[in-house]
Ligand binder design. Structure first.
Ligand code: PHB
Length: 366
């Protein structure tokens, strides 16, 4: 048991978070040409700065790591300058923000690659589904398997992106190892069919993740780095023959770094929590020293219960933050939550992005 509540501060590495409500990373596809964040994005994040911590929408570490139209990057000087607008605005509103570092691997399309080339992956296994390109949805293609000699370049891209995030004024970074993207593709035996040092055994499949984590913590220090996994999510056509064992190994191996937190999507991303009935998320915490950030379908009651029972240290809310910029205040007052508009989730302008009103304004308008 614990007497923790959502509205108490939490020490996270060198930071003190004002509360335990985290804004989860949310792709909104509203970057400017060149995948550059701009003033509109700064306004959006500043509106949500009462979260104890904001995790930015996923930002691709390289052109190769991009998988959706209009998502922001974190690898060029122009992108760094754009993110500076965001971090300054959030800090001016007394918020904290981490940058989520993203390489999509096979969840891309030649239209989104610099040279129109094939997306890369651990193995040439085509995903089911469609990519969101600038000219609409297009079926995924069979990716090109990365050569072992290319993997140091991927690690270097993560290190460079981590340095860019530091220059951009973020408070930390989150390594995106969830939702069927590149690092998750290496972990799972459905997508990793390699026979070299990066495939086969649990140690080998975890190797790239640990190399990336070493590179990123080398830039930031251990306690300003978090990491996101989604052990029981089928997102982006991912699966493993024994996810409980795989992620038990992954979390134990990560513990050597002393990371700030482990961010766990419990269940199918944005979907049912019981996607693998009986999956034991608490077992993953055994031997992990950092904070446990729980995500997926939490409401106020579930969040307070999980914190009070000591099952989580932080709760990340995703979709509720889209239509409720002042989510913390609404939760604190037990106020009703506004519903998001699906039509304006991805791409577009301020509509459905920065024009969701805070509670008082919404009430006054009625
Ligand atoms: C999405 O755009 O749907 C998306 C992006 C990143 C994720 C999950 C979903 O990690």
């Amino acid at each position: 048991m614990s007497d923790a509540t959502l509205f108490q501060p939490l020490s996270l590495g060198p930071l003190t978070l004002a509360n335990r409500v985290v804004m989860a990373p949310l792709t909104r596809s509203r970057a400017a040409a060149g995948d550059i964040p701009h003033a509109l994005n700064a306004t959006y994040y500043a509106q949500r700065a009462s979260a104890g911590l904001i995790i930015s929408e996923a930002a691709q570490i390289s052109q190769q790591g991009k998988g959706y139209a209009f998502t922001p990057g974190i690898s060029t000087p122009e992108q760094v300058a754009g993110w500076r607008l965001v971090t300054r605005a959030v800090h001016a509103a007394d918020g904290r923000i981490f940058c989520q570092l993203w390489h999509v691997g096979r969840i891309s399309h030649p239209d989104l690659q610099a040279d129109g080339g094939l997306p890369v992956a651990p193995s040439a296994v085509q995903p089911e589904g469609q990519a969101f390109t600038e000219s609409g949805f297009k079926p995924f293609v069979t990716p090109r398997a990365l050569a072992e000699a290319e993997l140091p370049g991927i690690v270097a891209d993560y290190r460079h992106a981590a340095e860019c995030a530091l220059q951009a004024g973020f408070d930390g970074v989150e390594i995106h190892a969830a939702n069927g993207y590149l690092l998750d593709q290496f972990l799972r035996d459905k997508t990793n069919l390699r026979t070299d040092g990066y495939g086969g055994s649990l140690e080998n499949r975890t190797r790239l993740l640990l190399e990336v984590t070493a590179a990123v913590t080398g830039v930031w220090g251990d306690n300003r780095v978090g990491l996101r996994i989604s052990p029981s999510s089928p997102a982006n056509d991912i699966a493993d023959s024994n996810p409980q064992q795989l992620f038990g190994h992954v979390v134990q191996a990560l513990d050597r770094f002393g990371l700030a937190y482990l961010h766990v999507v419990e269940g199918a991303t944005g979907g049912p929590r019981d996607s693998i009935p009986g999956f034991d998320f608490q077992a993953l915490r055994q031997g992990f020293r950092g904070a446990y950030m729980a995500n997926n379908g939490y409401d106020l009651g579930m969040a307070q219960e999980a914190l009070g029972a000591g099952r989580a240290d932080l709760i990340a809310f995703g979709r509720p933050f889209i239509a409720n910029p002042d989510l913390v205040q609404r939760l604190r007052h037990g106020a009703p939550l506004a519903k998001l508009d699906q039509a304006t989730l991805y791409g577009g302008d301020a509509h459905g992005y920065t024009d969701y009103p805070p509670m008082a304004q919404a009430a006054a308008a009625q």
